[in-house]
Design a protein around this ligand. Structure first.
Ligand code: CTP
Length: 301
């Protein structure tokens, strides 16, 4: 079993929590017949620029069962069906693995969700937000699992999407990044505890009274003075509780914006394509609804 590993083969399963996938905790004393079978839930997606919409989807999915497996698509699959992702597959695997409701990550899961995949990972059903995901040819990627009754829907979180974040970043100048940072940042609650320990406490803490706080940590990046020139970490520094920690990662919001700007045209095309596809689906659904209403009205007559 690979514990929160960093092996990157296609279709490889990483047991993020290092838990036993097949048994209920504490059930070893029961006979196998008495042991309640755990419900294994499957989710898949791009999980690009992971945001609270993604973690909320995974939270809802986990609540529908006991064990959550998340399939994350490769860069080439995403490029083929919807345009290039901002984050590489390795980064996206790591980000999904950091979400506390995720028990396993399947790297390089196929874009179209089939019964074969659900069976391969012994999953009872899959869960997706209440929006439609289409292949490059405009086919519903969940068609097969929907038909077989192994599809469940959860509520899509309104007001946040990768497309929207990329759009905002394309419009932004360097001076206005803070809105994006706050939206993409996870809440501490959503992260696994081992990641929480590594998380850097925000400079904001410096402005509160530090009662009950034993340690204030900042990464290796430079500490910029506040607008009035003061040190945002003055208080923890005075108290001798400021520490520097190494996140082991040099990624910054600026670097992400630079990636988007570098591939500006590709991302613009991707956003436009996605919007056009969504509008087409909404219109088709509306037409279907109107036809049904007409049929019902005629049946009454
Ligand atoms: N999702 C959600 N709420 C959002 C965004 C995504 O519930 N605001 C869900 C999707 O419905 C899907 C999962 O998160 O079940 C993974 O979505 P993903 O494949 O990453 O892409 P999109 O649905 O296109 O989301 P986004 O536009 O944010 O990339």
């Amino acid at each position: 079993m690979i514990k929160n590993g960093h092996h990157h083969n296609h279709h490889q399963v990483n047991t993020a929590a290092g838990k036993d996938a097949g048994t209920t905790p504490g059930a070893t004393a029961c006979s196998p017949e008495k042991r309640r079978r755990r419900i294994r839930v499957w989710c898949d997606g791009c999980y690009d620029m992971v945001h609270y919409g993604h973690s909320n989807q995974l939270r809802q999915a986990k609540a529908m069962g006991d064990y959550l497996i998340v399939g994350v698509h490769t860069d080439s699959e995403i490029s083929k069906h919807k345009g290039p992702p901002v984050f590489t597959q390795e980064e996206r695997y790591k980000m999904v693995r950091a979400i506390k409701w995720v028990d396993e990550v399947v790297q390089g899961a196929p874009y179209v969700t089939t019964l074969e995949t659900l069976d391969k990972y012994n999953c009872d059903f899959c869960v997706h937000g209440d929006d439609i995901t289409l292949t490059v040819d405009g086919k519903d990627t969940y068609e097969e699992v929907k038909k077989s009754g192994r599809y469940r829907e959860c509520k899509r979180t309104q007001g946040v999407s990768t497309t929207d974040l990329v759009g905002r970043m394309l419009l932004m100048t360097k001076a206005h990044h803070s809105n994006i940072v706050s939206i993409t940042r996870f809440s501490l609650y959503e992260l696994r505890s081992e990641y929480k320990a590594k998380l850097l406490l925000s400079a904001v803490l410096g402005h509160f009274r530090l009662s009950g706080v034993d340690l204030v940590c900042h990464g290796k990046t430079e500490i910029y003075p506040d607008k009035d020139g003061s040190d945002p970490y003055a208080e923890p520094r005075r108290k001798g509780i400021l520490r520097t920690v190494d996140s082991g990662n040099s990624l910054t919001t600026d670097a992400i914006v630079q990636r988007i700007i570098k591939n500006r045209l590709l991302f613009e095309a991707r956003n436009q394509k996605k919007e056009a596809k969504e509008i087409a689906v909404i219109q088709a659904m509306k037409r279907q609804e109107e036809e049904k209403t007409k049929e019902r009205a005629q049946a009454v007559l």
